[in-house]
Design a protein around this ligand. Sequence first.
Ligand code: FNR
Length: 184
Amino acid sequence: MIKVCGLVGSLRAKSYNKGLMRAAVRIALEEGIEITVFDRIGELPLFNQDLEKNLPDTVIALREAVSSAEGLYIVTPEYNYSVPGILKNAIDWASRPPMPTPLAKKPVAIAGASMGMGGSIRAQMHLRQIFVQTECLAMLKPEILIPHAHERFTTESELTDEKTLEIIRKQMINFKSWIHQLKV
Ligand code: FNR
């Protein structure tokens, strides 16, 4: 089993992106990837360099989760055409200390759902831009973009659309080989 750390950029109880992550976790297991979601993302303090002198427990837990994982799986909505603050905050914490950051060379796969027609594409493009600085090795394809999320998930925010589930499976198969390739 390949160990992957999962991060979701929404705190909402019935978040579509949490539902997307639940579906991805199930599919990933069938493909030999164990995604453990870091579910304390909302407890992280806002990034403050002064706190680095005495790191909060949640930050230590995040860093351990990231550093012990062979890859990251990030599922995010789009907020105002970009990455939600909680996700950026987690990345900022995980990226320290810099040069090289603990995120350097970490294989990453991305997915997202939003209510707009772009399916989180702008947030995902901004994530890829952030990864230039953190040197995360983001897999290019397949992209998982779920537009009009309110029409594609059940009222309990479960993802049942067969075509989307199939693309997630393809992504997991590719992610496994992406992680293997980067190990060599
Ligand atoms: C949004 N939403 C949104 N949708 C989108 O497609 N593009 C956008 O730029 C934004 N911007 C945005 C900003 C803020 C502050 C909020 C709260 C929402 C709508 C968003 O897609 C919708 O709320 C999703 O349901 C959020 O994902 P979760 O929480 O369901 O995972």
